[in-house]
Design a protein around this ligand. Structure first.
Ligand SMILES: *Cc1c(COP(=O)(O)O)cnc(C)c1O
Ligand SMILES: [Zn+2]
Length: 434
């Protein structure tokens, strides 16, 4: 029997034991280890700890598995044997995100004082809705299908709302998503254009999230799959594909250092989980790696706890241009602290001005236009190189999770036309451009 920890009874398959989610064998509590059947549950009945997907991983034949992956589709489904999805997932209507570029960033490396060939940017702005969120939504969609949901929902800082709207449109689900009402225009338009319902909430993300938890417990939310709430264990697994791709693109090798932005902290924890799985499967050599977390100073609860040497993350009221990372009470904060400390990494934060500088630095050096979250990540990477925490002689991957076209406001005040001239050569020369 699947255990229900809330009133969100799924309409059909849940609890029948007939759920086919590939090699996923159940859910396990991250705190006490208690096991549960696969179902739309997210908190442990025993201790209220978060649940995560457990697997019977195909450990027997690493060479065979590697070949199978390499011959798979150029999207996240090449890793289907390691994800909570049915074997025939690639044939279902889904946005098929992933297999984004790993850019060798030599120009940027030169500016940062990193050795040539050692710095890479994993550019997830190349996903269908231009953020890494397509990866996590793709998993949640398959779980929603398996559990018989027909409405997809979420609480979002912007990118998730767009990713859910698009995936629902493609898969024929209804969608109704919730965002803080003061988001960037680019995020609002991107979330609305796919035709689902988009609800602005007067408040910050933490208010939106609280509202969604209430809705889940109410008959009004019955039959709704909230991708980052009651489907959160499945949703989170999508971020593992970032780790898989980075390692595969480096020739099945774990990078020495990875810099990852933190909102709820889910992505960072699952990238670590993905690396651990690759080691266990024998697909990469087991070697030390360091994970670094990045926050904006105006929303830096995890960074503050890291610097203070504390295990508890004290909630903050966010005030930053990095709205996609503006979660003042991050669910996975304590796990992020564990991972960054265990691997010998760190959590650091940067100011809004440093975020804007980093956005422009990446654009100017590598032709990659990132959103404010990417400015946070690169800004923190730069700061950590300068502080000596990131070793410039080792391989470093900076994860760019979003697209600058969605946060034009951040750079608009300090960018623009070099000159406006009349359409003749004299005018061109007068402007000093010849
Ligand atoms: C959501 C988001 C993140 C981080 O999300 P987590 O909640 O920490 O998994 C990072 N970058 C962008 C652009 C995002 O939208
Ligand atoms: Zn538990």
């Amino acid at each position: 029997m699947a255990v229900q920890t809330s009133a969100t009874a799924a309409p059909s398959a849940a609890g029948t034991g007939a759920v086919d989610l590939g090699s996923a064998s159940g859910l396990s509590c991250r705190e006490c280890g208690e096991r549960f059947d696969l179902g739309p549950v997210f908190a442990c009945e025993v201790c209220f700890g978060p649940l995560e997907v457990a697997y019977d991983l195909p450990t027997g034949d690493p060479e065979g598995l590697r070949k199978r992956i390499e011959n798979g589709p150029e999207n996240i489904w090449r890793y289907a044997p390691l994800l909570p999805v049915p074997a025939d997932v690639a044939s279902k209507p889904n946005l098929n995100p992933g297999w984004t570029k790993l850019v060798q960033a030599d120009n940027l490396a030169r500016e940062l004082g990193i050795e040539p060939g050692k710095l890479h940017v994993k550019d997830d702005s190349g996903n269908p809705t231009h953020s890494f969120k397509d990866r996590v939504v793709a998993q949640a969609l398959e779980a929603a299908r398996a559990f018989g949901y027909t409405t997809l929902s979420c609480s979002s800082t912007g990118n998730l709302a767009g990713a859910v709207g698009a995936a629902a449109a493609r898969a024929g689900f209804r969608s109704c998503v919730f965002i803080p009402s003061d988001l960037e225009q680019g995020k609002v338009v991107m979330a609305a254009v796919y035709g689902g319902e988009l609800v602005g909430i007067e408040g910050n993300y933490d208010d939106v999230n609280r509202f969604c938890s209430e809705l889940i417990g109410d008959p009004a939310g019955e039959g709704w799959g909230f991708v980052n709430v009651n489907l959160r264990p499945y949703y989170g697994e999508g971020s593992k594909t970032l780790a898989y791709e980075i390692c595969e693109q480096l020739g099945w090798r774990i990078p020495d250092q990875i810099v990852i932005p933190i909102a709820s902290g889910s992505q960072l924890t699952k990238i670590d989980k993905g690396i651990q799985e690759l080691i266990r499967l024998g697909l990469v050599e087991d070697r030390p790696y360091k994970i670094f977390g990045a926050q904006a100073e105006g929303c830096s609860p995890v960074s503050a706890a890291f610097k203070a040497g504390q295990d508890v993350v004290r909630p903050q009221k966010p005030d930053t241009i990095a709205k996609s990372l503006a979660i003042g009470n991050p669910a996975d904060g304590p796990y992020v602290l564990d991972i960054c400390r265990r691997t010998g990494g760190a959590v650091e934060d940067v100011t809004d001005a440093e975020i804007v500088d980093a956005i422009k630095l990446l654009a100017r050096t590598e032709g990659v236009f990132t959103e404010t979250a990417g400015g946070v990540t690169l800004g923190v990477a730069k700061k950590l190189v300068e502080a000596g925490a990131i070793d410039p002689s080792l391989t470093t991957v900076v994860v760019n999770t979003g697209d600058g076209l969605k946060t034009l406001d951040a750079v608009e005040p300090t960018t623009g036309m070099t000159a406006v001239i009349r359409p003749n050569l004299d005018s061109f020369r007068e402007a000093g451009l010849a």
